[in-house]
Design a protein around this ligand. Structure first.
Ligand code: ADP
Ligand code: MG
Ligand code: MG
Length: 213
């Protein structure tokens, strides 16, 4: 049922939040190289706000769709900043792909994750090679779709996709940032992975592990 799925979504969000807490300092340090150093704090605040809002909606009897849509608004409000708006839009789009009345089969869940990434792509407008979280999210989406279509196994597909996100996030170190940053700051980022790509890979790795357990 959608209620059971909503409960599972709350525990998954809590896992994402704990992952952000574990990596807060590391994400802040990456962001300090060419950005303003707040990416760890933003991810912690956003995921905390999202988890709290999701729990509250669940307690009020909401289904999966509403739980995620509330979580998405809370993430952007609590985090502020660019990544907060993008993660908020992602959660809202995942929720918008689900129902408040019925559960979801695995194909629907995979499609919902892909819709979340689509929302980030549309809102942020970043392309591959712009040195943003999309450099991890695009290969993640491609591998998730390809492996799920080939095997029908969502756990294995998610694990493969998370691996692709980790490799792609590490490879962003070789890119000079172009988007939303001065050229000077962009050049400074050479040799350092993009913080948003790195946090995306960390969260999708945690999600894959969570779903396996
Ligand atoms: P802010 O830049 O507002 O301080 P954060 O530090 O939390 O926000 O997030 C920075 C990250 O946001 C970047 O490392 C990048 O991955 C991501 N980002 C920035 N702009 C975009 C965009 N247009 N599309 C996708 N991701 C983006
Ligand atoms: Mg920042
Ligand atoms: Mg900031």
């Amino acid at each position: 049922s959608s209620r059971a799925l909503a409960g599972a979504i709350v525990t998954a969000l809590d896992t994402l939040h704990r992952t952000c807490v574990t990596h807060e300092e590391e994400l802040g340090q990456l962001d300090a190289v060419a950005g303003d150093g707040d990416h760890g704090a933003a991810m912690v605040a956003g995921s905390r706000g999202a988890t709290a809002a999701a729990k509250e909606a669940l307690a009020q009897g909401a289904g999966a769709r509403t739980v995620l849509i509330r979580a998405g608004s809370a993430w952007s409000e609590a985090a502020g900043g660019t990544s907060g708006a993008l993660w908020g839009a992602a959660l809202t789009a995942v929720g918008g792909s689900l129902s408040d009345d019925d559960g979801a089969d695995v194909a629907t869940l995979v499609a919902a994750l892909l819709a979340g990434i689509g929302a980030v792509e549309r809102l942020g407008g970043a392309k591959a090679g712009d040195k943003t979280m999309m450099d991890a999210a695009l290969p993640f989406a491609e591998q998730l779709r390809a492996h799920f279509d080939a095997t029908g196994d969502p756990e294995a597909a998610l694990a493969e996709a998370a691996g692709a996100a980790r490799s792609a996030a590490a490879e962003t170190a070789e890119i000079t940032a172009r988007l939303g940053r001065s050229r000077v700051l962009g050049e400074k980022s050479l040799g350092t992975p993009d913080p948003g790509a790195h946090s995306f890979a960390l969260l999708m790795t945690a999600l894959a592990q969570h779903i396996k357990d």
